[in-house]
Ligand binder design. Structure first.
Ligand code: F6R
Length: 605
């Protein structure tokens, strides 16, 4: 999704803006642009397509301003093209924007009626025109304040001014914005990751706040224009984990580093000597918890769904799961004895952050299971359980999904133990299983060549289905999501037992159907559902951890992973599904790290 960079320096900034925009490419975008103040004029350069194109333009016609803003755009209002690319500049001001201005049509109509002209189809240009008008009467900060008061919706903004060539103003409502500090240079960024190569000293704007940056100074203001102080965080530098190394793309790197990230996560939470789980400081006494809500979007929502099965299996706590964009508009009865858990890799997903805000307004206890610990969701939660996966750059979530599952599984076990709902023996056995998990994942990754063969059978498919029961149902959903987002092949995940109620009509001769059937209590039932698909011509790809099942001649392809424990099978069976999606996409020549139309961090509703 859109990304913002701003740099106020004593030296030309365009090269560093381009380098930082490259760091934001992983978020998914369709055009890019930069504006600097150069000899009393706004020097704006834009392109549709990649930051490399913008770099070429700058190479031919350099920008040498010491203050500037840059942007990568993920289209919301107006098609992805050169004119709609940010920044949007007038003669006196240039603006980059993340988010959506919900009343832009109304504001635009009003401005047009006053004879003002627009160049683009974007909502952002409304901000440019409004600030330009205010600047005729006011100084920059007041002009921005007055403009923000007219806007409905969400934004993170970076603004520079022709007549005030030493400052950048940043503002936040809804969309994240960070400020970085260095010697004679200060920065604005839509996430701290983009600033990490320049500084590790970061402050985060909260909703309604503004900042004014110059090369020597940063001032912060609240929504009433009162000057405020912000905490400076020293952020970890995990740059190495964000490099592709010898891998073809980030996604393959992230799939193959899962044994390491899972080990790191397990080590953070498991005390191997005491055979115990290091989770303390529950915001509610676990014995008092009435109900747990698990909330997330996309892949993160799938980890919520898997966890529902785990908590129900291990404890007597009621569980409800919801997609954040649904949760935030439900008429819910909040209860102080409930725990509300938010799952998010980025910690910046707009719907998840909004759902968390609603819980906070209702004074209930919140927990977040998060990869980016400096993120908005982490900062706003009562309790944070990090997944320690390191930067995830591929748009399709892989190692973060496993990280979420590990932490949520560990949390489920701890809840069961503190509530006295699990025997000491089973608790210890489960902990031991977790410790062997990284090695088991390593052995599954060795199945890659088989999965590569399997992938060939999907290249010409018109669609596909993923079936599972119990906690394998959300794994089926995740397998389908990975395949569709990476290879653009229509894929549906279904509970295998639900096929007869409609989806069986889709089965035709040769349709590839992936059946996820670990040897758990659903195993025989899943295989019966599989037979129903076989009888109708479906081409079966069976994934299982059962040592001695009939991988019969009716099955097109069978893949066996090691068996650890029924509850952990979902984690293990996810890995072949990631590899399958990856190889189908590779064979179809798709952009693996940046699938079309998608963004890594979905910071708009
Ligand atoms: C799919 C994927 C998305 C994200 C979703 C939530 O591969 O990555 O479905 O899981 O956009 O993002 P986070 O976890 O950052 O809240």
């Amino acid at each position: 999704m859109c990304g913002i960079i701003g740099i106020a320096s004593y030296k030309p900034v365009s090269v560093n803006i381009i380098n930082s925009l490259k760091k934001l490419e992983y978020r998914g975008y369709d055009s890019a642009g930069i504006a600097t103040i150069k000899k009393d004029l706004i020097d704006e350069k834009k392109c549709s397509g990649r930051v490399d194109e913008l770099e070429k333009i700058l190479f031919k016609t350099p920008s040498d301003g010491n203050i500037g803003i840059g942007h990568v755009r993920w289209a919301t209002h107006g098609i992805p093209n050169l004119i709609n690319a940010h920044p949007h500049s007038s003669e006196s001001v240039s603006v980059v924007h993340n988010g959506i201005i919900e009343n832009s049509d109304e504001l635009k109509k009003n401005l047009l009626s006053k004879g003002l002209k627009f160049k683009s189809q974007t909502d952002t240009e409304v901000i440019t025109i409004l600030i330009t008008e205010e600047l005729k009467k006011n100084k920059p900060l007041v002009s921005v304040f007055k403009t923000l008061n007219k806007l409905k919706g969400s934004f993170a903004l970076g603004i520079i001014f022709k007549d005030f060539p030493n400052i950048i103003i940043g503002a936040r409502r809804g969309s994240p914005l960070a400020v970085g500090y260095s010697n004679k240079e200060n920065y604005l960024g839509s996430d701290s990751y983009a600033l990490k190569s320049m500084t590790n000293k970061i402050s985060y704007l909260d909703d309604g706040e503004l900042c004014v940056l110059s090369k020597n100074e940063v001032s912060f203001y609240d929504f009433s224009m009162k000057k405020i102080n912000k905490k400076v965080h020293i952020v970890s530098n995990d740059e190495n984990m964000a490099e592709k190394g010898d891998y073809k793309n980030f996604m393959s790197k992230e799939i193959f580093e899962q044994p390491i990230t899972v080990k790191k996560c397990v080590n953070e939470y498991i005390d191997n000597l005491k055979k115990d789980i290091n989770i303390f400081n529950f915001p509610i006494d676990p014995r008092e918890i009435k109900k747990i809500y698990l909330i997330g979007c996309g892949t993160a929502y799938h980890s919520c769904l898997v966890t529902k099965y785990w908590i129900e299996e291990l404890t007597n706590i009621d569980v409800e799961t919801d997609i954040a964009s649904e949760f935030r508009y439900r008429n819910l009865k909040f209860d102080k004895k409930n725990l509300y858990i938010f799952v998010s890799q980025s910690g910046e997903t707009a719907d998840t952050a909004a759902a968390l805000d609603i819980c906070k307004k209702n004074n209930v206890k919140t927990c977040s299971v998060i990869n980016v610990i400096e993120s908005t969701i982490a900062r706003n939660s009562d309790w944070v359980l990090p997944i320690h996966a390191g930067p995830e750059i591929g748009v399709a979530s892989t190692k973060a999904f496993l990280g979420q599952l590990i932490v949520l599984y560990i949390l489920s076990l701890k809840l069961a133990s503190v509530r006295g709902e699990i025997t000491k023996d089973i608790y210890i056995k489960n902990i031991q299983n977790l410790i062997t998990l990284p090695e088991t994942i390593k052995s599954i990754l060795k199945l890659e060549s088989k999965i590569q063969m399997m992938a060939k059978e999907f290249i010409n498919a018109r669609g596909t289905m993923f079936l599972g029961r119990g906690s394998s149902f959300p794994i089926a959903l995740e397998g389908a999501l990975k395949l569709k987002e990476l290879s653009y092949l229509h894929a549906e995940g279904y509970p295998a037992g639900e096929m007869k109620h409609g989806p069986l009509a889709l089965i035709e001769e040769g349709l590839p159907v992936i059946v996820i059937a670990p040897k758990d209590k659903y195993y025989e039932k899943t295989l019966s559902n599989m037979q129903e698909v076989i009888s109708r011509g479906g081409k079966i790809f069976l994934l299982t951890d059962n040592k001695k099942d009939a991988l019969s001649e009716n099955i097109r392809f069978g893949l066996r992973v090691p068996h650890l424990d029924n509850l952990l099978s979902g984690i293990l069976l996810t890995v072949p599904l990631q590899l399958l999606a990856y190889h189908v996409a590779l064979l179809k020549n798709c952009d693996i790290d940046k699938p079309r139309n998608l963004a890594k961090s979905v910071t708009v509703e």
